[in-house]
Design a protein around this ligand. Structure first.
Ligand code: NDP
Ligand code: 8X3
Length: 250
């Protein structure tokens, strides 16, 4: 029987590419995000390949998350795969200049949001004695860089949550995969720099960044591993990137 995957942040970038990769592999989809129009467009396309439904919620709102997931039609309730991908960086500045709204957006979305969605899905996985959770961390969760303390902290938290989930959930037949990408050209930098297109474009200038599809391929690889194999932790850099802020540009 085809598996069912819930992907957060499916409206853009890595989440969207993962939705395409999963559909090509015959995995049914629950596509989540805050932009209904994009969700509808995506569901129209991918619904031709696999069974697809959408959920509109902000991961920062625990009640909204619980309500949305509880509202799934019966044939989408047995979630086999959860891809905790929704998240963003907001702002980039020395800690002393940080904006409290940016800090809230990152800690509430990247950390607490991931927890809220996981909580709503894990109970069913435990009941069924199987499941797979893929958490999208970042190289920022492996190594802190200047002007990024809070985003890095949010991704270090994701790393810790992945480890903790693996310790607590392995006995219930649930696999945990933590994926830490380097620079991927998506809407990420546009969001970080609040719509400043030229500043966002500079992040990817002079080298070939990762594409969302590269990360989607890795996520697919992890979820297609045989039953006895857990892909626990993967770090992916662009070939020209050696560390979060060490990029060899031409
Ligand atoms: P995008 O900005 O392209 O996509 C972010 C996705 O997250 C969107 O679909 C957005 O959907 C969703 N999202 C953001 N905030 C919320 C929220 N509060 N509630 C619900 N959905 C939300 O960026 P990426 O695809 O690059 O980012 C995906 C993940 O990958 C993030 O966790 C990011 O930190 C991580 N990452 C990205 C890297 C990069 O270089 N691009 C590198 C390492 C990790 P919508 O706006 O519709 O809600
Ligand atoms: C996104 C990659 O290096 O900008 O998580 O933090 S980085």
């Amino acid at each position: 029987m085809s598996r069912i995957a819930l992907i957060t942040g499916a409206t853009s970038g890595i989440g969207k590419a993962t939705a395409f990769a999963f559909a090509n592999a015959g995995i049914n989809l629950i596509l989540c995000g805050r932009r209904q129009e994009r969700l509808t467009e995506l569901a129209d396309v991918l619904g031709k390949q696999v069974k697809t439904t959408t959920l509109l919620f902000d991961v920062r709102d625990s009640a909204e998350v619980a309500k949305a997931i509880a509202s799934l039609p019966t044939d989408f309730q047995s979630i086999d795969i959860l891809v905790n991908n929704a998240g963003n960086a907001h702002g980039m500045s020395p800690i002393q200049d940080g904006d409290l709204r940016d800090w809230d957006a990152m800690m509430d979305g990247n950390v607490k949001g991931l927890l809220y969605v996981s909580k709503a899905v894990i109970a069913g996985m435990i009941e069924r004695g199987k499941g797979h959770i893929v958490n999208i961390s970042s190289v920022a969760g492996k190594q802190t860089y200047a002007n990024g303390a809070v985003y890095c902290a949010s991704k270090k938290a994701v790393e810790a949550i992945s480890e903790g989930m693996r310790l607590d959930l392995t006995q219930h037949g649930i696999k945990i995969t933590n994926i830490a990408p380097g620079a991927v050209e998506t809407e990420f930098s546009l969001v970080r720099f609040k719509g400043d297109e030229s500043r966002a474009a500079k992040v990817y200038e002079g080298f070939e960044p990762l594409r969302a599809e590269d990360i989607a391929d890795t996520i697919l690889y992890a979820v297609m591993a045989p039953a006895h194999v857990t892909i626990a932790d993967i770090t992916i850099y662009a070939a020209a990137q050696a560390a979060p802020t060490t990029v060899y540009r031409k």
